[in-house]
Each structure stands twice: as C-alpha cells, then as structure tokens.
Design a protein around this ligand. Structure first.
Ligand code: TYD
Ligand code: ZN
Length: 401
C-alpha cells in the first residue's frame, strides 16, 4: 500500500484479522449482513505515520446513528472545560472578533464552554444525531465533514478563525492533506490549529492495541504530525501530554514563524527518537507484544471460566471491539457487557455478538470478574464501583496499568 500522507510505499507489519465497525452495535436480525474488513496497521518509514491499511467508508462509521456520545464521562467533561479555558487564555487574544471552530464537535462537550461565555463558535460535525444534541444545548453546529469547500463557506459567513480545535477526531480523518489546506484557508495569520488524540508513544508502551480500530486511521506521534502539516507551512509550536484516553498528546500548530516555539517540542521529538518511534523494528516488537497480551488475557478468562466464575464486560467501548474480535472472545466467555449509553442497550457487540445490557444489570448481581474495557476511565469507574471491589469483585484488563 501507499502511505496516505506521503505516498511512500509501505508494508503492513501485522493483521488483527477480520474486524467489524467498532461502534456498530447491532440487533440479532442484522448479524447476517454485518460488514467486516481486514484490520492491518502499517508504518511509513519516510514520514513516520502509523496508520491502518484499509479504512471502511466514512459514511459507514459517522452517520445519523453514531453511538458515541462524548458526555458520558464526568472526567471528560472536566477535561474539556479545562481545555477550553486554556485555549481562551492562551490563544483568544483578539477580544473583539474572536472565532473558534471545532472539527467533530460531537455533542458539544468542548464548544459549550465557549458558547456559555458568548464567544463566537462553530462546530463542524458529520454525525447528525450527536450534532442535534449539541444544537439543543446552544452550541452552533454545522452538520458536515470539514474540507476546503466548507472552509470557504464558513470564512464567508463568519470570517477567519483564531483557533481550529479538535479532540479525538483528527486521527479519524484519512485525508489530512485536505484538512491542512482547509485549516490554512480558515485560520487568521496568528491562528492556531490544536488537536489531541491517543498518543502512539503510550500505545507502544502499554501495548494498548485496542486503540487501533476502524475510526482511528492514524495513531499519531509528534514526529508524524510535524511531517503531515509541514507541506502547508504549519509548524509545531507546542506539545502537551494528556492523561485522557489512556495517554494522549495535544498538538499545537500555527503558520510558520507566526508564534514562539515551546521547549517541549524539541524535548518530546527527542524522546520519540529515543523510543525508536521512527523505526520499523519498534512495530515488529509491538506485534509480538500484542500476541503475548492476547494469550495472557485468554488464559485468565479461560482459567476463571473453568473455575465457574461469572465474568462480564464493563463498558462497551469502541476499543473493546478490537480486543474481542482479535482474541475471539464471545458470549461463552463474557456473559454480557454493561454500558451507560442507551443507544447500545439490548444490542450485541460488533463481530462477537456479546449482549449489551444497561449499566444497572451490573449492580443487580455483581459478577466475580469484570473486564474493564474502559480502562482509560479506571479512576472514575473504581471510585463509582467501590462496593463491587469490597464484595470481592475484581476488575481485570488486557494491559498492565
Ligand atoms: P471511551 O473510553 O471514551 O470509549 P471509546 O473506546 O469508545 O473511545 O468510553 C466510553 C464508553 O464507556 C461509552 O460506551 C460509555 C462507557 N462507560 C460506562 O459504561 N461507564 C462509565 O463509567 C464510563 C466512564 C464509560
Ligand atoms: Zn508516509
């Protein structure tokens, strides 16, 4: 295959096998026509972009029934409030004519912080159902994918932007060259492009291979981000590690030479070179680590099942789709997965068809073991589930935390 960013020829270094759409929770009558694709990550030795070989058509993933609502986590709401305050303090210097844009604004979890302060803002979100929730909450939202056409239209109607923000969205977009060009059109000279996504360095360290699924066409490193946006004369001016989503990175870019560069940039780029994120052998080792992780998880589940223990899943995350399908874990091993998202209830998990139950099911009759698929929300969940652990219940996860 060719690298999506630089067209260099690259090879996939492993396959997780046939995968369904990670967020496509389904009814029994739809099992027969379920869509599968081959989930194979690849690494480009020229621009360092870690990417998946085949990504399903975006319309299959982001549509009117998109099952992910950002506001389900309290910690994430706090995180986005702080993100907004930080943007306002550091980058919204023109008090008079400030304009903030967010790509993939979901239910408005980030932008509502600007809306509440009366700051001019616009969310650009392709999934109508989540966008409607945002609109109801007073977040100005345009239902669309972001591209040069839309950038020009927004420019005409609203003027240039001080900041274009994104969170857990940029890594979903296959054609980043288009995003980079569109951002260049819409941003003021001193405007900033800021986004955060799950971080490659953390994924490699934690062997959290479940970050790899259809939506995440890339898992970024700073080395890759620098190369991706360089073509349109953007430069990295800051890098801020985040604890969200099991370890993320916030990237701050602006038009070349327009703003001061933080010391963090050099430091983190150097760390990445030390971690060999620019070398293929790192990813070949990662493949071995994934296989070892799969074996370990299956051993734990099988052992406990044989002892007659009741095992359920906690949180039907997108990430869990990769774990369940790669390890071939079905309802014989995990009885059901509980989740707080209504739209997922009474449906089945993609591919392996484990029933999804409302969260209350977990409290009604505690299992012996809960596989924590939202391991990135461990602190929040353990606090909520003190009683389960007090009664001898155990959370387990495929990664060492
Ligand atoms: P997240 O890690 O954001 O998921 P993803 O892998 O899809 O990015 O977790 C969100 C999912 O976890 C969502 O389906 C709701 C569920 N969840 C619970 O069921 N209970 C909880 O306490 C939390 C924090 C999340
Ligand atoms: Zn490349």
């Amino acid at each position: 295959m060719k690298c999506r960013v630089c067209q260099n020829k690259i090879n996939t270094f492993m396959s997780f096998g046939k995968m369904p759409i990670a967020n496509a929770f389904l009814n029994k009558e739809d099992f027969e026509k379920e869509y599968f694709f081959d989930l194979s990550p690849a690494f480009c030795e020229k621009c360092f972009a870690f990417q998946i070989e085949t990504q399903p058509d975006p319309q299959l993933m982001f549509h009117d029934n998109y099952a992910f609502f950002s506001k389900t986590s309290k910690h994430m709401q706090e995180h986005f409030k702080k993100y907004a305050e930080w943007v306002e303090k550091n980058f919204l210097y023109e008090k008079e004519n400030t304009f903030v844009v967010e790509l993939g604004s979901n239910d408005g979890i980030l932008l509502e912080n600007f809306a509440l302060k009366g700051i001019k803002h616009l969310g650009i979100e392709p999934s109508a159902n989540v966008a409607e929730v945002a609109k109801k909450n007073g977040v100005n939202t345009l239902i669309n994918f972001f591209n040069q056409d839309i950038a020009n239209k927004v420019l005409k109607e609203y003027g240039k932007a001080d900041a274009i923000l994104a969170a857990n969205v940029m890594c979903h977009i296959p054609n980043l060259n288009e995003i980079s060009k569109s951002a260049k059109i819409l941003l003021k000279d001193k405007g900033v492009l800021i986004f955060e996504d799950p971080y490659l360095g953390e994924m490699i360290k934690k062997v959290s291979y479940d970050q790899i699924y259809d939506e995440h066409v890339y898992i970024f490193s700073a080395l890759a981000v620098e190369n991706i946006f360089l073509k349109d004369d953007f430069e990295l001016i800051d890098l801020l590690p985040q604890i969200t989503h099991g370890g993320s990175m916030r990237y701050v870019l602006c038009k070349k030479g327009m703003r001061k560069k933080s010391e963090n940039v050099k430091k983190i780029l150097n760390n990445e070179r030390k971690q060999n994120l620019d070398k293929l052998f790192t990813y070949i080792k990662f493949k071995d680590n994934c296989e070892a992780s799969k074996k370990r998880l299956l051993d734990i589940l099988n052992e406990n099942k044989q002892k007659g223990k009741k095992i359920v899943g906690y949180a039907a995350t997108s990430k869990s789709t990769t774990i369940l399908n790669y390890c071939k874990i079905g309802p014989d091993l995990i009885e059901y997965i509980c989740d707080t998202t209504q739209i997922k209830h009474n449906k089945y998990s993609p591919g392996m068809h484990i029933p999804i139950k409302p969260y209350e099911e977990f409290n009604k009759k505690y299992p012996d073991i809960a596989v924590l698929f939202a391991w990135n929300h461990k602190t929040e969940i353990e606090l909520k589930e003190k009683k389960f652990e007090k009664k001898g219940g155990k959370f387990i996860s495929h990664i060492y935390l």
